[in-house]
Design a protein around this ligand. Structure first.
Ligand code: F6P
Length: 495
């Protein structure tokens, strides 16, 4: 393999000048949302902290390690900052309209996303999208290189930025680089379809430590290193040729989590509990409330879930108005074709179920194509009896963990797809193959009818897991491993 650093750098890279920050988080999104004043469009935008788990976990590290966050503000526009929002130093990477279309909607979400999620829909391989991915990744790498102090730690996140580690290493040989992939890493037979598979593997291998959600993702990546880049691996270590010898890069599983205590606390609030009761009353006080909460994404198995529910109603195993399904489907990637098609299909199906099984004043599916604040989500988690997570493929699925974190009284059951990262950890769930509609129906009925004692035993074990392994624990073990990674250790020239 050619030295990754030279291939990745490209013309016009900045010299290895050092910035001010000892810790740099690089993620496709900034951890804040822009809030414009509609009455005064010329006023400076305000920034409100977005509710993601990553920022909650990393904020304390950012403060103690003099950190900065480099990310995209979420819409086309020029670069921003450095600026401060909510006490956090931020750098906004600018993307043009064309780059939003080619990089974000194209290569990230119509090529990599379906490819990494087991080709549930066909990935599109389009050369100009790849070029845009290279250009934008280089921009992120430069922004990180400009901010990082000498010897800084840089943590790069997710599939949108897989070339950043290699590019950054070429610009700044002194920094320590970690990369975490929040989504699955596919089996080699699928990954091999990617025309740029070698460049992706080499880009990732610019890191000192690569983190994945599950052991199976790590194993898939190690195989890709051998097959796509011709490298040798030993256990979790990959031997990577380097201009000055050989580096060893480590790949391992670090299952991501949530701010468990914050969800538990939210769910114990009187107003949130009152809202949960209000939701059940608004639904007509049903016997069973089933709940699905997802981005409207084809990976989430929403159609499979609706089909199973619809058949349970057809067969009379569940009856409306005794049973109600709430499906929150938050808008996502709405300009990508497969997302538009999915929305049409889901909405037609919901309409059919409600037409077939509804009555005046009772609706079997409450479909909400909206996003909600955390308080409302916690109230929904409390209002539900059975949580349905039926993803066809999912890196982790944090909704499953949020539901568990909120059930302080140890009631409620979780139906969980075995194709989620969470399935490795939440062994108290009712695990299911969502492709098996008969199996899914039977599993939903088991979760609906389980004895309170068994439900409690299952919930207790899941809560223990989610409380012991929260997002702060995740960040701490990743950063500890990065600290101990064989940084720039020269191993001799042969591989
Ligand atoms: O976890 C996968 C992920 O793509 C994250 O990187 C991202 O923040 C989230 O899902 C939402 O996706 P998007 O940034 O495309 O809205």
């Amino acid at each position: 393999m050619s030295a990754i650093t030279n291939a990745a750098a490209g013309a016009g890279d900045p010299p290895g000048s050092a910035g001010d920050y000892g810790f740099v988080v690089v993620a496709s999104r900034l951890p804040v949302d822009r809030v414009d004043d509609p009455d005064d469009p010329d006023s400076a935008p305000e920034w409100r902290r977005s509710p993601g788990g990553l920022v909650t976990a990393l904020e304390p590290v950012m403060r103690t390690a003099n950190g900065v966050w480099v990310g995209w503000p979420g819409s086309a526009g020029p670069p921003l900052g450095p600026f401060e929002a909510d006490g956090m130093p931020l750098v906004g990477v600018g993307l043009s309209e064309a780059e939003v279309a080619d990089f974000y909607e194209g290569f990230c979400n119509a090529t990599l996303w379906p490819l990494y999620h087991d080709v549930i829909v066909p990935p599109v391989f389009h050369r100009p999208w790849w070029e845009s991915y290279v250009t934008v990744n280089r921009r992120f790498a430069r922004a990180a290189a400009e901010q990082a102090a000498t010897g800084a730690t840089v943590w790069v996140n997710d599939y949108q930025l897989q070339l950043v580690p290699g590019m950054l290493r070429a610009m700044r040989g002194d920094v320590r680089i970690g990369f975490f992939n929040h989504i699955p890493f596919p089996g080699y037979e699928i990954f091999a379809q990617l025309p740029w598979r070698r460049q992706i593997v080499e880009g990732l291998l610019g890191a000192d430590l690569l983190g994945f959600q599950r052991q199976s993702d790590t194993t898939n990546f190690l195989r890709a290193c051998r097959r796509a880049a011709g490298l040798t691996t030993r256990g979790s270590l990959i031997r990577v040729p380097d201009p000055a010898g050989v580096r060893e890069v480590q790949a391992a599983a670090f299952p991501v989590s949530i701010d468990t205590a914050a969800f538990g606390k939210l769910a114990s609030r009187d107003d949130v509990q009152a809202r949960a009761r209000e939701i059940r009353e608004a639904l007509g006080k049903p016997d069973v409330v089933l709940l699905g909460v997802d981005r409207l994404d084809y990976t989430k198995g929403i159609r499979h879930r609706l089909e199973a529910y619809s058949e349970l109603l057809d067969e009379g195993r569940l009856q409306s108005p005794g049973a109600v399904l709430i499906q929150v489907a938050s808008p996502s990637r709405e300009r990508v074709e497969q997302y538009r098609l999915l929305r049409d299909e889901v909405e037609v199906t919901v309409g059919r179920i409600n037409g077939d099984h509804g009555e005046l004043g009772s609706t079997p599916v409450h479909y909400l194509h909206q996003s909600y604040p955390r308080e409302e989500m916690a109230a929904l988690y409390l209002a539900a009896d059975v949580m349905l997570v039926t993803s066809l493929r999912d890196g982790m699925n944090l909704v499953a963990k949020e539901f568990v974190a909120c059930r302080n009284d140890e009631t409620g059951t979780l139906v969980l797809s075995e194709f989620t990262g969470a399935a490795d950890e939440l062994v108290g769930a009712f695990l299911v193959n969502p492709h098996d509609i008969e199996g899914l129906k039977d599993t939903i009925m088991r979760a609906v009818t389980v004895s309170p004692a068994e439900a409690r035993r299952r919930m207790r074990s899941m809560r223990r897991r989610v409380y012991d392994n929260d997002v702060a624990h995740w960040a701490a073990i990743f950063l500890d491993a990065l600290k101990g990674s064989p940084h720039h250790q020269r191993q001799g020239a042969s591989s």
